[in-house]
Design a protein around this ligand. Structure first.
Ligand code: DON
Length: 350
């Protein structure tokens, strides 16, 4: 057995042993009760609507609801429908931005997409008048320009690079929901309009139709709420998946993703989210929200009932409570409430 195989098997043994220890630890930590109570509190809430502008998304069950937290050292706390698969949609955008940064470097990427919040809806047909760039990689325009930057020798190779990246973050092989992909493709006229507007200004290349397909593919990747929390924990752990030990992104770019998630991740709710909750986050019309407390934890919610801005109703409620209760706001100071760390400490149950 070669050295690398020896080290790989040693490190995977280390990770599976850690995994087991973490499962034992998390089994008796107060956070388990906290998430269970939050899940019970918001399960009955049926505000909002399931997205239907992409017809296949309307198949989602409005009762689906999950909350998962994965710590930067790999402890997992999960409640509700955390194994229920759904399409990642816009939650994919910061991670694809990360791959574009690795492919081209920060300054080259910023020539094609800005980092300014728009205050507009996610699918607004607007570009920055001064630079003709899409405002940021979290809105559809910026995400399509980002997809256009993904390298590959051909289209299948570009799709493979995307799915391999998401598999590193999730710690398992991810697949694409072809029915949602086809549904996006057939109804994607607005995204095509945005794509061709950017072609007109040279913000994307001649292969824009191929890049639009790639964008529809990335949005149609199937994940569950557990996966999203592991993806968040990977960013909280400086780019290394805490469950598998595999690096998913160069550590130098983690701050780029967290910065645009913090300023633009929740679209025309981003300002209020940053003010009230203050944790870098990203939502998607499939009902997922992932948020990251750097160095500590990745937290995800899944509930397909959306508010008029395309963000999950139940998800926002859960994050509001968690942030207020444990002082998770990134600018929190002099917090005297319960510490999140105490929530992770195992307590002897009588
Ligand atoms: O392009 C679209 O409209 C969808 N594939 C993604 C939009 C989305 O997830 C917006 N998020 N709240």
């Amino acid at each position: 057995m070669s050295d690398t195989m020896a080290t790989d098997s040693k490190s995977s043994d280390k990770h599976s042993l850690n995994g087991m220890l973490n499962r034992l630890k998390s089994a008796v930590a107060p956070l388990r009760d906290t998430l269970r109570d939050l899940h019970a509190k918001y399960q009955p809430m049926m505000d909002g609507r399931v997205a239907d502008y992409i017809p296949e998304l309307a198949e989602a069950d409005p009762n689906w609801f999950a909350i998962v937290a994965v710590t930067a050292d790999g402890s997992v706390y999960e409640f509700g429908d955390y194994n229920q698969l759904f399409t990642i949609q816009s939650v994919s955008k910061p991670f694809v931005f990360g791959l574009a940064l690795e492919d081209h470097g920060r300054e080259n990427v910023l020539k094609k997409v800005g980092v300014e919040p728009t205050g507009e809806a996610f699918n607004a047909i607007v570009l920055d008048e001064a630079s003709n760039r899409p405002f940021n990689p979290m809105v559809n325009a910026g995400a399509i320009a980002t997809a256009d930057l993904i390298k590959g020798k051909d289209y299948p190779d570009r799709v493979t690079r995307l799915t391999q990246m998401f598999s590193r973050y999730c710690g398992r092989q991810v697949n694409i929901d072809n029915s949602v992909f086809m549904s996006e493709r057939v109804t994607g006229h607005r995204n095509r309009a945005i794509g061709h507007l950017m072609l007109n200004f040279g913000m994307v290349g001649e292969k824009i139709e191929e890049s639009l397909e790639l964008y529809f593919q990335q949005c149609s990747i199937l994940v569950n709420c557990h996966d999203l929390a592991v993806m968040g924990a990977t960013l909280a752990n400086a780019g290394v998946n805490p469950i598998t030990g595999e690096r998913a992104i160069e550590h130098q770019y983690v701050k780029d993703l967290l910065s645009v998630m913090n300023s633009c991740g929740m679209y025309d709710y981003a300002g209020e989210w940053a003010y009230r909750i203050g944790i870098p986050a990203k939502s998607g019309v499939g009902g997922g929200i992932v948020a990251v407390v750097p160095g500590k934890v990745g937290i995800a919610t899944f509930s397909p009932l959306l508010d008029p801005k395309g963000n999950s109703f139940r998800g926002i409620k859960v994050f509001q409570e968690l942030s207020e209760r444990f002082g998770l706001h990134c600018f929190e100071s002099g917090f005297t409430g319960e510490s999140f760390d105490d929530q992770l400490k195992h307590v002897r149950r009588t």
